[in-house]
Design a protein around this ligand. Structure first.
Ligand code: AMP
Length: 419
């Protein structure tokens, strides 16, 4: 498919040709027509899928069409009609640059505002007039409260990386901003993952949205060697330590469900003599960059991360991914394993599954259309496939105790081999 099939106007097509884009990415193919039909959009996609262009291109086109339909508006001072809210300064800058690139042949003014710098130049630019504003939540609210920014003319609202907003503690600010927007507007909502709070936020904002979802190509699933360990929750870190004792694991990225869990696990691994660090949204930008630097330079062997913090991690030679906690969303599993096996290299993804996570496993296997190979030969295996025989253990059971326990008895009944 080419961009021409998406009914884009000439100045936009010309700008895309200038960028060297030949065909739309999957998220662009799906999202652009929906936005051009003036529908609200719920987009599940990560950075790297082309999602910025997926909203910037059609919004620019709609704005240009509005201009042509209302030529007298051009006599008026510019009003902010498009607001893009994004969690970090880096993303804000990138998004503004994308609007600049795709709108290079359109007469629309853009501005990016974020905190941590003087507001002087931002205010001066606002006074000169802006059509498209890209902002981080804190600075936007500051400028709104000082009446440098009026939001009542917003027609197009993009909420980018909503889950990261949550992770960084910006959700209340985002809600405040939404409450200041006009009721009648078109909203585009992007999030890589959909935890409950994010679903609620989407429901609050969107009217009859069209959902568009992209996952990394299936080839990711084909290249990566995936395996699964059934293990009780309380034995997961011991199993991880056991597997990390294998020198063949040079570097490993470990995914946990929570920030707290990431910290705790990194400490446990460090205590076991494994050079480990954690990275998540509660850490400052500097701390995260330091952790990443150390990991990329092999000073740290294991990096424990939450999904959102791991998004920027792009390491070509990452050999192993461990999924300590299976994710609720099967797409997240595919994103996680896709951190290894980059650039066509083969990678290894090892997942742990406790009893409560079996429902997530079923969803994952449905999505990837295969059963993940189960490794039974490990010291912490548990007969999870037979829940009627499963009783939570009182204590952690070490390899040696199990072995000497006689006949593989752990819960008073013999362990059965799974089929
Ligand atoms: P994003 O997911 O928005 O961060 O985009 C990831 C990268 O893909 C950016 O560097 C874009 O410039 C690039 N990109 C987006 N759309 C296309 C396309 N259709 N063809 C080629 N590159 C693209």
């Amino acid at each position: 498919m080419s961009f021409k099939n998406l009914q884009l106007i000439e100045p936009v097509l010309k700008a895309l040709a200038h960028e060297g884009y030949t065909e739309p990415t999957p998220i662009q193919q799906d999202a652009i027509p929906v936005v051009l039909q003036k529908r609200d959009l719920l987009g599940c996609a990560q950075t790297g899928t082309g999602k910025t262009a997926a909203f910037a291109i059609p919004v620019l086109q709609l704005m240009q069409q509005d201009r042509l339909q209302h030529p007298t508006d051009r006599m008026q001072p510019r009003k902010i009609q498009t607001l893009v809210l994004t969690p970090t300064r880096e993303l804000a800058i990138q998004i503004e640059e994308s609007f600049k690139a795709y709108g290079r042949y359109l007469p629309l003014q853009r501005l990016v505002v974020f905190g941590g710098v003087s507001q002087y130049h931002q205010v001066a630019a606002l006074r000169r007039g802006v059509d498209i504003l890209v902002a981080t939540p804190g600075r936007l609210l500051d400028l709104v409260n000082q009446r440098h920014i009026a939001l009542q003319h917003i027609k197009y609202f993009v909420l980018d990386e909503a889950d990261r907003m949550l992770d960084m503690g910006f959700v209340d600010d985002v809600k405040k901003i939404i409450s200041k927007l006009p009721a009648k507007k078109q909203s585009l909502f992007f999030s890589a993952t959909m935890p409950t709070e994010i679903k609620q936020l989407a429901n609050m904002l969107l009217v009859d949205p069209v959902k568009v979802e992209v996952t990394p190509p299936a080839s990711v699933v084909d290249i990566i060697q995936q395996s699964l360990y059934y293990v009780e929750k309380q034995n997961k870190s011991a199993l991880l330590t056991h597997l990390l004792n294998d020198a063949a694991v040079k570097t490993a990225l470990v995914f946990t469900k929570t920030k707290h869990g990431a910290d705790r696990l990194a400490k446990q691994l460090s205590r076991a003599g494994i050079r480990a660090d954690s990275i998540h949204g509660n850490k400052s930008q500097n701390e995260r960059q330091r952790s990443l630097f150390n990991f990329k330079n092999s000073r740290t062997r294991v990096l424990v991360a939450t999904d959102i913090a791991a998004r920027g991690i792009d390491i070509d030679e990452l050999g192993h991914v461990f999924i300590h906690d299976l994710p609720e969303s099967p797409e997240t599993y595919v994103h996680r394993i896709g951190r290894t096996g980059r650039a066509g290299a083969s990678g290894i993804a090892i997942s742990f599954c406790d009893y409560a996570e079996k429902v997530y496993l079923a969803e994952i296997q449905k999505l990837i259309k295969r059963k993940i190979a189960v490794v039974k030969d490990h010291p912490y295996d548990v007969a999870l496939m037979h829940p009627q025989e499963y009783k939570p253990a009182q204590n952690n059971v070490s390899f040696n105790r199990r072995k000497s326990g006689g006949g593989g008895r752990k819960y008073g009944r013999p362990f059965r081999q799974r089929a």
